[in-house]
Design a binder for this molecule. Structure first.
Ligand code: FAD
Length: 269
């Protein structure tokens, strides 16, 4: 199988760097082909702007969505964007690896998503009508592929528990797992989260590596998070709200999951 690791940490000798090298080695030894997009090493351009629409009419207002659509359809995208899209097509599984920075991903990775997810590739796919709201949330360009987050956090596991002060980790990661990964079609595996990184020693590092190794060994067999597909009957169209009989009385992120598999149960903490 082909695996793409999209990795966002500025220091190769960091904990993230060591875990990324370990993952590369583990997957390669298991016979998989692995590519790494090391965003800082690539000096990835993080901002989506007019340079991403070469040949555009400079006198016209810049419309990020429509210019992205035009560049994607006409084959005039920036080379770095097209190259990362090719890697996404090549990969059977994608791992996004990053330290939790301000409750989300580092800006360089957010910029990778904003630029690589062009209109027609990451969104704006499929039939849009009163009956169908595009191919997304379970359908889309990347359907049939798997994705997983590998995240490190300074906070303790309890800080991210069901009643922890930071909010539950599943809620914090929901916009990435549901909004960024499930949206274009990925089957999203439960995340691998390493908490309390300031308390890492050799013994814990070895245990963390082992736990990550087990997750990588089951990349193809583990059950994905049971997000509800948009077009399979759970949602009213075009309102796109859950039907009354689905998860009655439940609201918030968890209502969009048929059966919760929590990150805490699968953490590297
Ligand atoms: P490092 O700092 O490189 O290492 C962490 C520990 O692991 C160190 O003790 C190091 O000695 C040890 N280590 C590293 N490599 C090895 C190795 N090969 N073998 C054994 N031990 C090793 N945290 C939150 O919880 N929530 C937030 O919202 C949040 N926001 C942040 C925002 C910013 C801008 C920053 C800078 C940090 C933030 N943090 C937050 C903390 C952040 O998540 C952690 O600092 C980060 O996850 C640690 O990962 P690292 O790869 O940088 O670790």
């Amino acid at each position: 199988m082909n695996v793409l690791i999209v990795y966002a940490h500025p220091e190769p000798r960091s904990l993230n760097g060591a875990l990324k090298d370990f993952a590369h080695d583990r997957l390669t030894r298991a016979g998989h082909a692995v590519q790494v997009s090391d965003l800082y090493a690539m000096n990835w351009k993080a901002v989506l702007d007019t340079q991403d629409a070469p040949g555009r009419d400079a006198a016209a207002p810049f419309n990020p969505s429509l210019e992205s659509k035009h560049a994607f359809e006409s084959g005039t995208q920036s080379t770095d964007i097209a190259c990362e899209q090719d890697k996404r097509r090549w990969a059977d599984a994608v791992i996004l690896q990053f330290p939790l920075w301000w409750f989300s991903m580092p800006a360089i990775l957010k910029g990778w998503i904003e630029r690589v997810y062009a209109y027609g590739f990451g969104y704006g796919v499929g039939e849009h009508s009163d009956q169908r709201w595009g191919s997304r949330y379970g359908e889309g360009t990347l359907a049939g592929k798997r994705a997983m987050l590998v995240v490190t956090a300074g906070g303790w596991e309890s800080h991210y528990g069901a009643r922890g002060v930071n909010g539950p980790i599943d809620d914090i990661l929901f916009p990435i797992q549901h909004g960024v990964l499930y949206y274009p079609g990925f089957d999203v595996l439960p995340p691998f989260v390493v908490y309390r990184t300031g308390r890492m020693d050799e013994e814990r590092f070895a245990a963390t590596r082992e736990a990550l190794g087990e997750r990588l060994d089951t990349l193809w067999s583990a059950a994905p998070i049971a997000f509800r597909p948009q077009n399979a009957g759970a949602y009213e169209i075009p309102a796109l709200t859950l039907r009354d009989e689905i998860a009655p009385g439940r609201t918030g992120f968890a209502a969009h999951i048929e059966q919760a598999v929590t990150a805490g149960a699968l953490s590297g903490a």
